[in-house]
Design a protein around this ligand. Structure first.
Ligand code: MSP
Length: 516
């Protein structure tokens, strides 16, 4: 496909604070974004996938101090942990942005200057509450017993001379935008909450510089102060694709198609961010999607409870794809969900070991046994084969619709319908019986050919979700190139696997977990 004719798709994750190592919540949003990016790429789109780290702010300044490091030393150490984690989990970002990069710092300063020039920034005094863990200014009415209404932790009192962004001036424009673009904030339940709780009561001006914090981007003002970490951080979505220096790349990808974020930061993305963009005369992103939160055995994860799940330990023990599969299959994107070892192992043994693993292993074993590992011809398909063909070749049309809704469990269910149907086909057609009768050699060929075709389509369909597994199925089927050279449209065609190709079976991909 020619570059110019490709449709573009720009997806982002939050940039994560690096006062600590990555946990499963960070992995969750990042895996979701990776699936979108991989799916669209395989479907022929020109994709830009941005992730990175939010390296400034009081929280990081404090964490560095506690460890006897400079903030830069701390961020340099922890950023590697994020990059390694994403590599292990198969995350295919186009760019990893660090807000300490010079290009980002310059972009943030230029953005400030533009908004200042447009007269939406003024100088004032801030006296009030601040939640350090959330890096958030709070109104007096929001604070109860000196605790943050969102995270419940103690707030601190601030008194600073700062610059303010006139967010209140965008009350009407934002209300109108949300009315005209009902798809802007998703899922809908979160949008309603946002409108009723934060927009309708009235947007208030926001402090966008800090004079009592040192670690940050110097604000382009005469006084010594830095940019408020959220003002700096949101601009990553622009600087990450070249704004303001590489406008060609910027215009190729902006506006973002979706900012994927957790529900905790929806308010920043659906009020402050669009207001900042309106003030800077930059078009708004198309969609902001707030995922739910993951709990551990029904409890909120926290360091003090000692129940924070390390995604890498699970990936090491069971495989990165098993973790990707569990998170996307078990928890509908957009609502809260729970992680427990029990439910993880149930999915692993049921869906992965039993359904998928068995289908792959049994099919390839029979092909080795009956045809010396060489894919046969496909002489006489019967209605049973036609049914599998229809299920397989209709997958892409349905999956393309579901991906727009981030309906990952629904897409995986579609793939599993095919997997389970193929397992039933093995039982019904009983190749071991057919093999015993030499007069039925052609029938045996058709059965094994059909199974190889199902595996080809399953591998392609799974590729965005379980990239390591898909690549392994692909090479076991005897293909010598990478599955990622192939497109989703290849699932829409049938009888594509070449007869005569030699397979190369490996050990089962998902050996059952012994739960005794
Ligand atoms: N640095 C800001 C984001 C700036 S974006 C311009 C920030 N960082 S964070 O490290 O706190 O990460 C927040 C994101 O991590 C959440 O929005 C969410 O996507 C993810 N999660 C963190 N904990 C989570 C769970 N327990 N469950 C699911 N996702 C969660 O806020």
């Amino acid at each position: 496909m020619m570059q110019e004719t490709k449709k573009k798709f720009y997806v982002t994750t939050p940039i994560y604070y690096i006062n600590d190592v990555p946990h499963i919540g960070h992995a969750y949003t990042t895996i979701g974004a990776d699936v979108l990016a991989r799916f669209k790429r395989m479907d022929g789109w020109d994709v830009f996938f941005l992730t990175g780290t939010d390296e400034h702010g009081q929280k990081i300044e404090k964490a560095a101090k506690e460890r006897g490091l400079t903030p830069q030393q701390l961020t340099d150490q922890i950023v590697v942990r994020f990059q390694e984690a994403w590599k292990k989990l198969g995350i295919t970002y186009s760019r990893f942005i660090r807000t300490t990069e010079i290009s980002h710092k310059r972009a943030a300063q230029m953005f400030f200057e533009k908004v200042f020039k447009n007269q939406f920034i003024y100088k004032g005094h801030y006296e009030g509450w601040y939640c350090l863990p959330d890096e958030k200014f709070l109104l007096p009415s929001e604070v109860i017993n000196e605790k943050c209404p969102d995270c419940g932790r103690p707030v601190e009192r601030l008194k600073e001379e700062n610059y303010f962004f006139s967010m209140s001036k965008f009350q009407n424009a934002l209300t109108q935008y949300l009315e005209e673009h009902p798809e802007f904030v998703q899922p809908l339940s979160r949008k309603n909450e946002l409108v009723n709780n934060f927009i309708k009561p009235g947007l208030t001006d926001v402090c966008i510089t800090r004079s009592s914090v040192q670690w940050g981007i110097a604000a382009p003002v005469p006084e010594k102060s830095i940019l408020y970490v959220w003002f700096d951080a949101l601009i990553n979505y622009l600087s990450g694709i070249g704004w303001p220096d590489d406008l060609e790349t910027f215009h190729r990808y902006w506006p973002a198609d979706v900012h994927l974020i957790g529900k905790d930061i929806l308010r920043f993305h659906a009020t402050l961010w669009p207001a900042m963009l309106l003030a800077a005369e930059i078009p708004l992103p198309k969609k902001v999607f707030g995922t739910g939160f993951i709990t551990m055995n029904g409890q909120k994860m926290s360091k003090s409870l000692g129940n924070v799940i390390d995604p890498l330990a699970i990936a090491d023990q069971y495989s990165p794809d098993a973790l990707r599969y569990f998170l996307l299959r078990e928890i509908p994107f957009g609502v809260d969900g729970d992680f427990s070892m029990e439910s993880f192992q149930l999915r692993f043994n049921g869906d992965l070991a039993n359904d998928l693993g068995n289908l792959i292993h049994r099919s390839l074993s029979m092909l080795e046994r009956y045809f010396d590992g060489v894919i046969p011809e496909n002489p006489n398909p019967s209605p049973a084969e036609t049914e599998l063909k229809t299920l397989a070749t209709q997958y892409a049309t349905q999956a393309r619709l579901q991906i727009e809704e981030m309906a990952f469990p629904a897409i995986l269910t579609l793939i599993w319908t095919l997997v389970k149907r193929a397992n039933k086909y093995i039982e019904d057609s009983a190749p071991w019986k057919v093999a015993a009768d030499s007069a039925q050699r052609a029938r045996l060929q058709t059965i094994l050919y059909t199974l190889m075709e199902v595996l080809r389509v399953v591998a392609l369909a799974l590729a965005p979700f379980m990239p390591f597994t898909a690549e392994s199925i692909w090479s076991q089927l005897g293909f010598s190139d990478s599955i990622f050279n192939h497109g989703l449209e290849e699932t829409e065609e049938w009888a594509k696997i070449p007869s005569g190709q030699k397979i190369s079976k490996k050990n089962p991909l998902f050996p059952r977990i012994d739960r005794s």
